[in-house]
Design a protein around this ligand. Structure first.
Ligand SMILES: *Cc1c(COP(=O)(O)O)cnc(C)c1O
Length: 238
C-alpha cells in the first residue's frame, strides 16, 4: 500500500486534471465528483479516502467490500464514515448483502435484478439508491443493459417503491484508441437526455470515466469519475 502522503499528492494531481478538463469545456469542476475506487486494496485505502475528505468510495465485489466494512466495524475505523458504492457486476443471489452494505448500487442492468433489489430493500425498510448500467459502447466484454433495453429498464425501476434511480453508469470499451470511449460516453449522455425527457425525471448522475479516460468523460458530461489506479497505484489482488 502506498503511503498516505503519496495518496494526497495523487489526489491533488487528480483534482488538477479535473480542473483542466473542466476549464477546457467550460464546466464547473464542482459538478464532477471523484469516486476513489478501493477494490483490490486493503481497508487503509478506504481510510485514506475518508481522511482526505471523500464521502464515498467504489468497490466492485460485494464479498470484498463486506469483508472490509466488517473489519472496519471491529476496528471502529474512520472508514465507516464514508459510503460504499457498488460499481461491479451484481448477481441476484448477492442482492441482499448489496442492499445491506452499499449506499448506492451503480451496476443495475436487468429487470430481474431491479426487482430483487427492490424486494430486499423493502425488507430492510430502505430506499435503495441506484444507477442503471448501460453498455453504451456496445462492448461484448462488458456488463450493462443494451441501449435498446434502457427505456424498459427505467420504466420498471420507476414502478418499484423501494428504489431511487439517480442516473446512469457505463464503462468504456478497453481500447488504445480513445475514440470508442468518447462515443460510448456521448451515447450515455444522449440516452440519459432521451430517457429524462420521455419519463420526465432528471437522472442527473452520469457515472463515467476512469483513470485513463476521465478527461474525455468530463468533456462528454460526466458528473462522477471512478478512479482507482491513478490514486492508489496498480491493483493488488487481495
Ligand atoms: C476498477 C474500476 C474503475 C477504476 O479503474 P482505474 O482504471 O483503476 O481508475 C472504475 N470503474 C469500474 C466499474 C471499475 O471496476
Amino acid at each position: 500500500m502506498i503511503p498516505y502522503n503519496t495518496f494526497c499528492t495523487n489526489c491533488k494531481t487528480l483534482k488538477h486534471r479535473v480542473e483542466l478538463a473542466c476549464s477546457a469545456c467550460k464546466r464547473n469542476s464542482s459538478d464532477v465528483k471523484i469516486l476513489p475506487v478501493t477494490k483490490t486494496h486493503p481497508l487503509e485505502a478506504i481510510e485514506y479516502s475518508a481522511e482526505f475528505g471523500f464521502d464515498a468510495v467504489g468497490e466492485n465485489k460485494v464479498q470484498e467490500a463486506v469483508a472490509k466494512i466488517q473489519q472496519a466495524q471491529i476496528q471502529k475505523s474512520k472508514a465507516l464514515s464514508v459510503n460504499c458504492e457498488l460499481i461491479g457486476h451484481l448477481q441476484t443471489n448477492k442482492a441482499k448483502k448489496a442492499v445491506e452494505y452499499f449506499a448506492r448500487i451503480q451496476s443495475v442492468d436487468s429487470i430481474k435484478l431491479l426487482e430483487k433489489i427492490d424486494a430486499e430493500a423493502k425488507k430492510l425498510d430502505k430506499k435503495q439508491r441506484i444507477l442503471l448500467q448501460i453498455n453504451a459502447g456496445r462492448d461484448p466484454a462488458k456488463f450493462g443493459a443494451e441501449i435498446e433495453e434502457a427505456p424498459a429498464l427505467l420504466e420498471r425501476a420507476l414502478q418499484l417503491n423501494n428504489l431511487t434511480v439517480e442516473g446512469l453508469m457505463t464503462i468504456a470499451p478497453l481500447d488504445e484508441n480513445l475514440d470508442s470511449a468518447r462515443r460510448c460516453f456521448a451515447n450515455l449522455r444522449e440516452i440519459r437526455d432521451m430517457l429524462s425527457e420521455k419519463f420526465a425525471i432528471s437522472l442527473s448522475e452520469l457515472s463515467m470515466g476512469m483513470s485513463h479516460d476521465l478527461e474525455i468523460a468530463i468533456e462528454e458530461g460526466s458528473t462522477m469519475i471512478r478512479v482507482g489506479t491513478f490514486l492508489f497505484g496498480e491493483r493488488h489482488y487481495l
